[in-house]
Ligand binder design. Structure first.
Ligand SMILES: C[S@@+](CC[C@H](N)C(=O)[O-])C[C@H]1O[C@@H](n2cnc3c(N)ncnc32)[C@H](O)[C@@H]1O
Length: 253
C-alpha cells in the first residue's frame, strides 16, 4: 500500500467495522442460499464462463469469491481486512477451491490488463472522498483487459431517500444481536451506518460511511475511468427503476 493513500484515509477508519463481528453475523445477514443466488447473478451479469478470470475488490470473508471459484472461475479477491481474508482462506480450503487472496487497498491495485471481469459487491463502493472513489474505478479499469467488465452493486439512493430515515435493522445469532441504524446526509450524499454489536455480554459500536451516487454520476465517473459503455440493472438483474432496491452498474472497457 502506498504512503499517499495511507495518509489520506487510514485503513483503521474501517477496521473496527470489518472485523470478527462482521464475519460472525455474516451468514445470518446473508443466508447461504442468498449468497448462492447472488453468485449466480454475478456470473450472469459479468458473462462469466469456465476459466474466466475475475477479481473481487473488497471480497471480505470470501462469501462470493469461494462460490465463484467452485463454479469454475479463476478468482482473485482483494481486501484490506486481514481478519476477513483469513476467514476467506479457510472457506476456500473447506470448499476445496483455489482463490488468490491478496491483502491490499482497492485504491492501488497490483494488476494491469489481467482480468476478464471485476466487481464490487454489496455496497463496497463509495467509502472515500470523490477523488479516491474515482481512483478505485481507474484502478479497476487498469486491472481489466480490453473488453473486460466491471460490476458495482449498491443501494438505489432514490428508493432509500423515500423511506423515513433512520432505518433500523436488527439481526440475532444465538443470544447475540447486531443493530444497524442507517441515516443519510443530503448535503454530502453520504449514508452512515451506526452499528451496535451486543455479543457475549459486551457492547461494541462501529461506524461506516459511504457516498451514494446516482446512475448518471456512475456513467460520468466510469467513462472518465476508461470504460466505454455503462448499463444499469435492478436487483435480480431486472430493469432498474426508481422502485429497485439495488442499483447494479455494469461497465465495459
Ligand atoms: C460490505 S463488505 C462486502 C464484502 C463482500 N463483498 C461481500 O459481499 O460479502 C466491504 C468489504 O470491503 C473491504 N474494504 C474496505 N475498505 C477497503 C479498501 N480500501 N481496500 C480493500 N478492501 C476494503 C472491507 O474490509 C470489507 O470486507
Amino acid at each position: 500500500m502506498n504512503d499517499d493513500i495511507n495518509s489520506k484515509v487510514s485503513p483503521s477508519d474501517f477496521e473496527p467495522y470489518f472485523k470478527e463481528d462482521y464475519f460472525y453475523f455474516g451468514d445470518v445477514v446473508n443466508l447461504p442460499e442468498m449468497s448462492d443466488r447472488q453468485t449466480e447473478l454475478i456470473w450472469e451479469l459479468l458473462s462469466l464462463g469456465q476459466g474466466s478470470s475475475v477479481l473481487e475488490l473488497g471480497c471480505g470473508y470470501g462469501r462470493i469469491t469461494n462460490r465463484l471459484a467452485k463454479k469454475g472461475a479463476q478468482v482473485a479477491g482483494l481486501d484490506i481486512s486481514p481478519i476477513l481474508l483469513k476467514e476467506a482462506e479457510a472457506g476456500a480450503a473447506e470448499r476445496d477451491v483455489n482463490v488468490e487472496y491478496v491483502l491490499g487497498d482497492m485504491r492501488s491495485l497490483p494488476w494491469r490488463d489481467r482480468f476478464d471481469a471485476a466487481f464490487l459487491w454489496y455496497t463496497t463502493f463509495g467509502y472515500f472522498d470523490d477523488a479516491d472513489n474515482e481512483r478505485v474505478l481507474r484502478e479497476a479499469a487498469s486491472s481489466l483487459r480490453k473488453g473486460g467488465r466491471l460490476l458495482i452493486d449498491h443501494h438505489n439512493r432514490v428508493l432509500l431517500l423515500r423511506h423515513k430515515l433512520p432505518i433500523c435493522n436488527v439481526w440475532q445469532r444465538n443470544n447475540d444481536v447486531r443493530i444497524d441504524i442507517l441515516s443519510n446526509d443530503v448535503l454530502s450524499d453520504r449514508s452512515h451506518i451506526e452499528r451496535i454489536i451486543v455479543r457475549d455480554g459486551c457492547v461494541r459500536r462501529t461506524h461506516l460511511s459511504f457516498r451514494q451516487y446516482g446512475f448518471s454520476e456512475y456513467v460520468s465517473m466510469l467513462r472518465s475511468a476508461g470504460f466505454e459503455t455503462v448499463e444499469a440493472y435492478g436487483e435480480e438483474g431486472g430493469a432498474f427503476t426508481s422502485d429497485s432496491s439495488r442499483l447494479m452498474v455494469v461497465a465495459y472497457k
